[in-house]
Design a protein around this ligand. Structure first.
Ligand code: B12
Ligand code: SF4
Length: 316
């Protein structure tokens, strides 16, 4: 039988750590997006503005959508945080990018979930699967699917999984039972805003992406703005600081799934080692990894900036 409960059970069997169902409705948090764009916080991520109308509501993407089945997958591994590192020459790479490309891994699992749903449903229905691949405000639907609340660092924080999770969803035309939204449990804590090396979190839950190290090292083409270069430290791809300091992650579970385990080349790697690789060797290392987004040229630019910062730290 196909219902909310059997879908969640199947999602769990397929390797998803959480699954909830949000309504395809006029959710209040969806309106933040337009205001965020108007303030220029998207920087050069022009695709976000171009798809703003569709991002405003999943029913603009799929008019028959009645609900959004949201999944969260824990990618945390037992390796130390960047904030714990004592080595000045260590290249910091965001945790989510250490293993296989999550788009491929999770889309394949979501497609299997959808194929199972079609088999069991006994009636035709419309559906679309996305993992960071469509014009959907994934965090808003995750909150309304009861997976976790949108924290002050703007990440979805689950009370049981913490925030080391990746989201994926199925827009669906079936009238499935909807979950209760998650309740905000950040309280008075401000650790993430205080810890951000570039002061990118301008207010609780509001990120100026143009200052975020993740944007500067992954999305931005061309040079990193001079005033922000030193604050990047030795982060060469993405940044995890605002999640590393989050108290909800102190007890975050660790995944044993082989796909998220760090590839040896990225494990506590040195700036000098990575910088010495040829473009071809870098491109090969990026294959099948979420980091292929930055390409060898992007990684090389970041390595140069990080190496200058490491040198300054040694001199100073
Ligand atoms: C663009 C983008 C980025 C940009 C901008 C991030 C941002 N915070 O806006 C950059 C490149 C900086 C980025 C960085 C990262 N990203 Co990103 N990113 C996205 C993407 C494609 C769109 C996000 C978006 O729409 N941003 C616009 C803002 C307005 O929307 P939002 O992030 O959902 O924001 C909520 C809060 O900002 C808050 N808010 C906004 N304005 C206001 C105003 C008030 C008053 C209040 C109270 C709240 C509030 O509510 C918003 C919802 O409406 C999503 C995938 C997707 N399609 O949703 C992944 C996604 C958000 N990213 C993800 C990840 C993993 C990351 C990084 C951790 C990667 C890394 N380690 O480097 C960092 C985290 C940085 C951070 N603190 O957010 C995951 C997050 C999973 C989770 N558990 O939350 C997602 C969902 C991808 C996925 N499928 O898993 N990302
Ligand atoms: S990911 Fe890093 S740079 Fe971006 S908001 Fe979080 S702490 Fe700041």
């Amino acid at each position: 039988m196909l219902n909310a409960q059997t879908i969640k059970r199947k999602a769990h069997d397929l390797g998803f750590d959480a699954c909830g169902i949000a309504p395809a409705a006029d959710l209040p948090e969806l309106s933040f997006f337009g205001r965020w764009l108007d303030r220029g916080y998207a920087g050069e991520m022009g695709y976000l503005a171009r798809s703003a109308t569709r991002r405003a509501d999943v029913r603009n993407v799929m008019p028959s959508a009645r609900c959004v089945i949201v999944t969260a997958t824990n990618y945390n591994t037992d390796r130390p945080y960047s904030t714990e590192s004592q080595e000045r020459d260590q290249a910091h790479i965001a945790r989510y990018a250490w293993g296989d490309d999550y788009h491929d891994v999770l889309l394949e699992r979501l497609d299997r979930l959808l194929a199972w749903m079609r088999e069991v449903a006994g009636e035709p229905f419309e559906a679309r699967t996305y993992v960071d691949t469509g014009p959907v405000q994934e965090r808003v639907y995750a909150q309304h699917a009861g997976i976790g609340w949108i924290g002050k660092n703007s990440c979805v924080i689950s009370p049981t999984l913490g925030s080391w999770t990746l989201l994926g969803e199925i827009l669906c035309s079936l009238p499935l039972d909807i979950d209760q939204p998650a309740v905000d449990q950040c309280g008075t804590c401000m650790l993430c805003l205080e810890a951000c090396p570039t002061q990118a979190l301008v207010a609780p839950g509001v990120l100026d992406a143009t200052r975020c190290i993740s944007y500067l090292t992954i999305e931005l083409r061309g040079p990193i703005p001079a005033p922000l270069q030193s604050s990047i430290g030795t982060h060469v791809y993405g940044c995890d600081v605002c999640q590393e300091v989050c108290p909800w992650n102190t007890v975050a579970p660790v995944s044993s799934d082989p796909v998220w385990q760090p590839r040896p080349i990225w494990e506590r790697s040195k700036l000098t080692t990575l910088s010495s690789l040829s473009d071809q060797a870098l491109e090969e290392a990026l294959e099948g990894s979420a980091m292929s987004r930055a390409r060898a040229s992007g990684l090389r630019r970041n390595l140069l900036t990080a190496s200058r910062n490491a040198q300054k730290a040694c001199d100073g």
